[in-house]
Design a protein around this ligand. Structure first.
Ligand SMILES: CSC[C@H]1O[C@H](OP(=O)(O)O)[C@H](O)[C@@H]1O
Ligand SMILES: Nc1ncnc2[nH]cnc12
Length: 296
């Protein structure tokens, strides 16, 4: 398929900016555009532009000025809007607490797994009238991870490839007992947003990779203060500059014309739909036009 040149694509790179990252720089032909979705409004308008000729779309996850908390984010609208914008690959930039001594503030972790402990969120585009079960065994796109790792190392950043991001509901930070529990599970970092974002990106057949930027040691480290927003914001100022540099370096590579994703993220729905065609709900199918229109 990819090899014969008939199914080559021009990737469109989406960037979701988390806490402290409400803009990206270096984009040409910039334009903020409001996108409507059948799932409601995304967190903000989307910033469209080009970087080194590659089409890019940026969305501040919590909205500019950070008005929306993790539990109130409309994750479905955010991912659907990215899909409507033509995004093929999402770089998720997130502030996280560290659950390991060897991952200090300032360190970047290219996580490859998640444990989803969030519970008060809409987690699927699919529902009664169109049921789908996608694989989440490998929630992060390996191909994107390879590029992000190479670019981060090339820039001389302290970066770890692989690790598990524990997603908590929040908005309060963890108790010490919770923090120790997640450490005993072997988790690397903790945050509040990457699920259901990664699940929805998979359902929408968009490649997804997280750059988890450590801002604090949560509340388990005896030689460090427990996490506070002030501390997160202070560390994020330095992290954000490096995150932008990484995005500027990675986009020209990720944006190269390519065939199907070798990790298969862009075909995630192919073996996932189970509802018989005659039992499908036309109203739901209409809402799925962007996410699953390719197969419905
Ligand atoms: C401001 S500290 C807690 C906040 O920061 C992280 O957000 P994001 O993942 O969007 O960078 C964390 O998940 C919480 O939402
Ligand atoms: N310790 C922490 N817990 C949850 N989310 C975070 N985001 C940044 N630091 C965090």
């Amino acid at each position: 398929m990819a090899g014969d040149g008939t199914d080559m694509i021009e990737p469109v790179i989406g960037v979701i900016g988390g806490s402290g990252l409400y803009e990206i720089d270096g984009l040409e032909d910039r334009e903020w555009r409001q996108i409507e979705t059948p799932w409601g409004a995304p967190s903000d308008a989307l910033l469209f532009g080009r970087l080194a000729g590659v089409r890019c779309v940026f969305l501040p996850r919590h909205g500019r000025g950070h008005p929306i908390p993790p539990s109130r984010l409309n994750y479905r609208a955010n991912i659907d809007a990215m899909k409507r914008a033509g995004v093929t690959d999402i770089i998720s930039l997130s502030a996280v607490g560290s659950l390991k001594a060897e991952l200090p503030p300032g360190h970047f972790v290219l996580v490859d797994q998640f444990i989803d402990r969030s519970f008060a969120r809409e987690k699927s585009f699919f529902d009664t009238g169109c049921v789908a079960h996608v694989s989440m065994a490998d929630p992060v796109c390996r191909r994107m991870g390879d590029t992000l790792e190479a670019q981060a190392r090339g820039l001389g950043f302290d970066v770890t490839r692989g690790g598990t991001y524990l997603v908590m509901e929040g908005p309060q930070f963890s108790t010490r007992a919770e923090s120790e529990l997640y450490r005993s599970w072997g988790c690397s970092v903790i945050g509040m947003t990457n699920m259901p974002e990664a699940k929805l990106a998979r359902e929408a057949e968009i490649c997804y990779a997280t750059v988890a930027m450590v801002t604090d040691f949560d509340c388990w480290h005896t030689e460090h203060d427990s996490v506070s927003v002030d501390a997160v914001v202070k560390v994020m100022q330095g992290n954000a500059d490096r995150a932008r540099a990484l995005v500027r370096a990675a986009i020209p590579r990720l944006g190269q014309r390519r065939g199907a994703c070798e990790a298969g993220c862009d075909r995630a729905l192919e073996h996932a739909l189970i509802t018989a065609p005659d039992r499908r709900d036309p109203a739901l199918l209409a809402k799925l036009d962007a996410v699953a229109g390719r197969l419905l």
